[in-house]
Design a protein. Structure first.
Length: 270
């Protein structure tokens, strides 16, 4: 996941070592598998995972024979990814970096993947230029991007309002990477043709409140938010409203299920 570790003085800066992001990342592992399936990875290809987080896509690519580098600005998540790679006995390199400055050479990558990562880059045009720079002739970029709306977007909207009321700013909203025309504008000048395929991802749990509580306690963004709002006595109201959002979105009366819509964007270079 593409992230920023520094910001304006009034910004809620997220320490990605807070909480238990590994458990959150497990929820989007099916999307990583879908991205790799769409990429049609061939053994021996050079793969770059941008905003790799704990390594979901990077490790899948390495297991399928890719020569993999994962890049993320959060060193704590890269440590988790490297430990997981060692446990699985697969080879992958993990480097500090972000979409605005990828630490690999020009034309050095056959396949760029990004699972809900590059979409959060503050400068979409700059990120697109970097993706174009590192992709080799005949290479491709395959990424996943959330479609607008859904339970998580509603919860984050409440968060932004709460921290704004407290005089703080949050992280940028996702860029227009879900829209084929927008991505064509971003990447077309670098020789890519773009296709988009609609997908869904189901999140499940024992109950809406249990799922919401796990999100609020495990996700570093929510842990950082609590640290800002709780001393002001404003955390409990936000907490309760977020739980209500998950209750309202529940699709399974016997437990919890919420379906999020996303797309897989595939860009191929001639």
């Amino acid at each position: 996941m593409e992230k920023s570790s520094a910001g304006r003085p009034d910004e809620v800066v997220v320490d990605w070592g807070l909480g238990s992001y590994g458990r959150i990342a497990a929820g989007v592992l099916p999307a990583a598998a879908s991205v790799l399936a769409a990429a049609e990875l061939r053994p021996g290809e050079r793969v770059l995972d941008v905003g790799c987080g704990t390594g979901n896509a990077a490790l899948l690519a390495a297991q399928r024979g890719g020569r993999v580098v994962g890049v993320d600005p959060a060193g704590s998540l890269l440590e988790l990814a490297a430990a997981d790679a060692a446990d699985r006995g697969v080879q992958a390199t993990f480097l500090i970096g972000d979409a605005a400055g990828l630490p690999v050479g020009d034309g050095s990558v056959d396949l760029v993947v990004s699972v809900f990562g590059v979409i959060f880059a503050p400068d979409a045009e700059g990120a697109a230029a970097e993706l174009g720079r590192v992709t080799a002739p005949g290479g491709r970029i395959v990424l996943s991007a959330w479609l607008p709306g859904g339970v998580f977007a509603e919860a984050m909207k409440l968060r932004r309002k709460a921290i704004a009321a407290a005089g703080h700013a949050g992280e940028p909203s996702p860029g227009p990477w879900h829209d084929r025309q927008a991505v064509t504008r971003l990447l077309g000048g670098f020789g890519f043709t773009v296709a988009v395929e609609a997908e869904t991802l189901a999140f499940t749990g024992d109950s809406p409140s249990e799922f919401a509580e796990a999100q609020l306690s495990d996700h570093p963004v929510w842990v950082a938010t609590r640290r800002v709002l709780e001393p002001r006595g404003e955390w409990r109201e936000l907490h309760d409203r977020v739980v209500e959002v998950f209750v309202a979105a529940n699709e399974d009366p016997a437990g919890f299920r919420a379906t999020s819509r996303y797309v897989i964007v595939s860009a191929r270079r001639a």
